[in-house]
Design a protein around this ligand. Structure first.
Ligand code: ZN
Ligand code: ZN
Length: 398
């Protein structure tokens, strides 16, 4: 089982790969260099692979012993952020940055592939490598699934890592149930009747109607949802009006709905519509609502999460925590809808190297000391689930 812990050589290679990807960040569906780097590395390791979802890659490592098929997923894309981390290997592309750690995720999966390929003679089952584009948008998971990423061979369970600056280096976070929220966008348009600012009684002012709508929408979270459940209603933009003495005929707003529970998520649109219709009637204006549905919540399979947490605790090499869920979103949700899935958080917090900023910050840094722990976690998942030491309740196909 010591083979699971990555050697110095593997750890050094992971750092090298991570820095190479970090220097050349690419946005969703433009990950051409990153894709080529993954392909070169898999070729060098003698691992079969193919392109998928445009700029993604999937590969397979077939163990010599019978066992389950285990999926390991890493996202590949960067963000449209100008890097100010101060790292020596900072982004060389203006306005683009790996500020969410996907460079580290891809490098760690390549490290795990290196370890697993060498263990093939002793490995039970098959490991499917899932290098996914466009997690930050427009999404790559659904397309990979549509192109058969989980079908040939049929994957029994899938795991991913995400770096997390809330947890210290040397720890991992495994939480059963929902760990990320759904993320749906909404757009509201209030339509009144314009006029002269001095004669409000001749117009239907969209501005106070919008103000009332924003406050009333907060009732969804404050008064209509169980305080122990999780929901977010955020109005993020508002635009309307022409000048100080003109009554605005229309106001446009956009925002995000977030929830962990699919039922609460489904109720958000009708609730918002009811509130907007009521406000519109009260203010003598019209209100429209348009919702664009995004990623569903990530729900960790309870049996898999509990069993893998026990397995990792028994190994005793890493500190296993159970962090609180977040209202962030992840398109790994689609993989976890299809087969039992596990989103594992990898602790990277280190004051020493400034790995303290949240993801999507231009100051974001990843403590590279944490990367071997990530490789170890991925390899342990593949070995534990593949061999049957980690329990899995078969899920009826949808
Ligand atoms: Zn992100
Ligand atoms: Zn991310």
């Amino acid at each position: 089982m010591n083979a699971i812990v990555p050697s110095e050589e593997v750890a050094a290679r992971v750092v090298e790969l991570r820095r190479a990807i970090h220097r050349h960040p690419e946005l969703g569906l433009e990950e051409f260099e990153t894709q080529a780097l993954i392909e070169r590395e898999l070729d060098a390791l003698g691992i079969e692979h193919r392109r998928i979802a445009g700029t993604g890659v999937t590969g397979a490592i077939r163990g010599a012993k019978p066992g389950r098929v285990v999926g390991l997923r890493a996202d590949m894309d960067a963000l449209p952020i100008g890097e100010r981390s101060g790292e020596l290997f900072a982004s060389e592309v203006a306005g683009k940055m790996h500020a969410c750690g996907h460079d580290a995720h891809t490098a760690m999966l390549l490290g795990a592939a290196r370890v697993l390929q060498r263990m093939r003679a002793d490995l039970a089952g098959t490991v499917v490598l899932l290098f996914q584009p466009a997690e930050e948008g427009p999404g790559g998971a659904e397309r990979m699934i549509a192109e058969g990423a989980l079908d040939e061979p049929p994957v029994a369970a899938v795991a991913m890592l995400h770096v997390d600056p809330r947890l210290p280096t040397g720890s991992i976070g495994i939480t059963p149930g929902p760990v990320n929220a759904s993320a749906d966008e909404f757009a509201v348009e209030i339509e009144g009747r314009g006029g002269h600012g001095a004669y409000p009684h001749t117009a239907a002012d969209a501005i106070p109607a919008a103000a009332a709508a924003i406050l009333a929408l907060q009732n969804i979270a404050a008064r209509e949802t169980d305080p122990l459940a999780s929901v977010v209603v955020t109005v993020g933009t508002i635009a309307g009006g022409y000048r100080n003495n003109v009554i605005a005929d229309r106001v446009k707003m956009t925002g995000t709905f977030r929830a962990h529970d699919p039922e609460i998520r489904a109720a958000l649109e009708p609730r918002a519509r009811r509130i907007l219709d009521g406000v519109a009637a009260a203010y003598g204006v019209r209100a429209s609502l348009d919702v664009t549905y995004g990623y569903p919540p990530v729900v960790n399979d309870v049996t898999l999460a509990e069993s893998f947490a026990r397995y990792m605790k028994a190994r005793g090499t890493l500190h296993v925590e159970r962090p609180a869920p977040t209202m962030g979103a992840e398109d790994f949700a689609y993989f976890a809808q299809r087969v039992p899935g596990l989103h594992v958080r990898l602790g990277i917090r280190s004051e020493k190297v400034g790995s303290v900023h949240s993801g999507h910050s231009p100051l974001f840094r990843v403590d590279e000391e944490a990367l071997p722990a990530g490789v170890e976690t991925l390899v342990a998942f593949a070995v534990g689930v593949g061999s049957g030491q980690v329990e899995l309740v078969a899920r009826p196909s949808p």
